[in-house]
Ligand binder design. Sequence first.
Ligand code: NOJ
Length: 736
Amino acid sequence: MVSLVALVAACTVQIDETEQKINDLIARMTLEEKIGQMFQVSLDNAPNEQILQVVREGKIGSVINVVNPEAANMLQKAAVEESRTGIPIIFGRDVIHGFKTLAPIPLGQAASFDPQLIHDCARMSAVEARSVGVRWTFAPMLDIARDARWGRIAEGFGEDPYLVAQLGAASIQGFQSDGRLSDEQAIAACAKHFAGYGAAEGGRDYNSANIPPLLWRNVYLKPFEQAVDAGVATVMTSFNDNDGIPSSGNEDLVKNTLRDEWHFNGFVVSDWTSMAEMIAHGVAKDMKDVALISIKAGVDMEMVSPAYLINLPELIKEGKVPEKAIDNAVRNILRIKCRMGLFEKPYVNTSTPPAFYTEESLKLARRAAAESAILLKNENHLLPLSETQKIAVIGPMADAPHDQLGTWCFDGDKTHTLTPVGALKGEYRHINHVYEPALAYSRDKNTSRFDKARRAAAAADVAVVFVGEEAILSGEAHSLSNLNLIGVQSELIKAVKSAGKPVVLVVMAGRPLTIERDLPYADAVLYNFHPGTMGGAAIFDLLFGRENPSGKLPVTFVREVGQIPLYYNHNNTGRPAPDKVTTLDEIPLEAGQTSLGNTSFYLDSGRDPLFPFGYGLSYSSFEYSNLILPDQMPANGTITIKATLKNTGNVAGTEVAQLYVRDMVASVARPVKELKGFQRVWLKAGETKEISFELGISDLAFFDQDMIRKTEPGDFTVWVGGDSNAQLKGVFSIPE
Ligand code: NOJ
């Protein structure tokens, strides 16, 4: 008979052999040990004897939130050396946009439209987290977010399924060492929150989603399917219900779609107590019911709540749950533990001290922050500033080491944050400047220092006003119904502008804010989604032109919160609004006026957003011309779309060239435009390059009324340009 230890040792051999070994291992596990693998417990202190004993009994498969190597090793020793099965624990932690060194929040990273950068940031996070024993991160978040009231818009890659899918896959590759999950510096990724969590009604976190079947498949599930293709090790079920079905109990979603259709063979973990919360949702009467519903749906591991631990033994005894279902769940969990090399290398190496905030990681964080900033306005080429100009540095976000890190800065240490004011004490100390915070923090309502700020601006050549949101205002459970700059920050901007000097507005926020009312008082606007550890230096790199802005909006910026949801890839109405719509002020006063054209828009905020998806300026200017594409998609199912891109400015710069497509007539209404490709193109001043995009027939596929995915023949319009309002267009068709 093969010993358990020998079975465990064999876990690294080829996949089919691994499956065999896992089966043998399962055959020798008691029911309690199996159910133990399906339980994740939260610990943040050194484990006490009671916990260690539970681990020795094989009743804990995973631990969340231990980031202390000694504590991790103590627990691991109890599991590996002192339990009967010797199965190691998988340690998880939310490593969202960095562990110690923090890159911009994911929404900021998305603005780079740079999969390689996102990959590298995930690698950096993995290396740092792994050095203290974290083996599994709960990232990336792949929720499509089209409502900036939702605080967790900060954690994802924006509103577009193609962009989210591409960047999500890059992030997974980064965390998981490009498919080498057993690499010593890899951590397992987790595609979350499956699914529809970003569509929380009204943007109120945890709220119900109401996503109809075609939108569900064509938009919300798309990034998850690609995550599975990218080899993501785990998937997390979300808190929300969609149309009455909570995700942790959604058999169609987890079992039918994720497992049977996409062939996902990693494991599924519930979100924090989301299984138990099905009682509050009103679909389970008690914890036993919870366990029954979730195991049927296909959830393998329960995060924190003990429904499985307590109830599965009885449910099996009663014959309500077959033991086979437990074996399947355990098999999924052990498969990932094996692939990660957890059996061979269960311990944290404490002989080499972890290296945080290294020169390399700080450099990457700085580059990421620079690539993530979006230049929204630059009147009269105010930016870049000259390093000889005197600047007045004003505002609550100029020196906010914690807030600039954004949400999920669990492990990041704010004493390492380089704020703008910090950068002026270091690398930029030669800049002639005066600093006047004016407000202590973003919500501060005390205006008594505004006059001082105005005087500081008057005495300078240019005022740079740093405003935005504290970190606490976005992220989980931090939804807002008003998206104007919080507190009296708009008044501060006005006060500074009244000094008569040019004003540069630098925003640092966790979401797209409604800044239309602030624009008249700012000559230039540089928008940063919380930029992380090196944000301050990166912002000055951009303001002084050492770097040229290249970020593009991964979400639509609305004028008014009442326009939400407003996203570029919507379906057409039967009555689309014309380019110019009547505004409230233009409505004639004569009696009897009843019609304003009967199209789809708001009388008060019009048809258009403040800034469209994909938008972002540069210190260069770019011109697109000469679109070349075939008339028809040939039999091999791929076309090449070419265009000429010219840097018509005076400095070198990077342009994010974007490809959009519309399926003109289909069996169901298709979006007015869909992003199908993007690339970052660096061009010297005056340089011209030919850019090209490949478009395949499957890129045009969608689910139809029968829920069948197919590409329908017909005409397609193609646009290539620098944002979702791209004007250069052509057509091609797919013959019958
Ligand atoms: C709840 C959050 O929704 C999820 O994103 C996170 O990973 C878990 N808590 C664990 O902290």
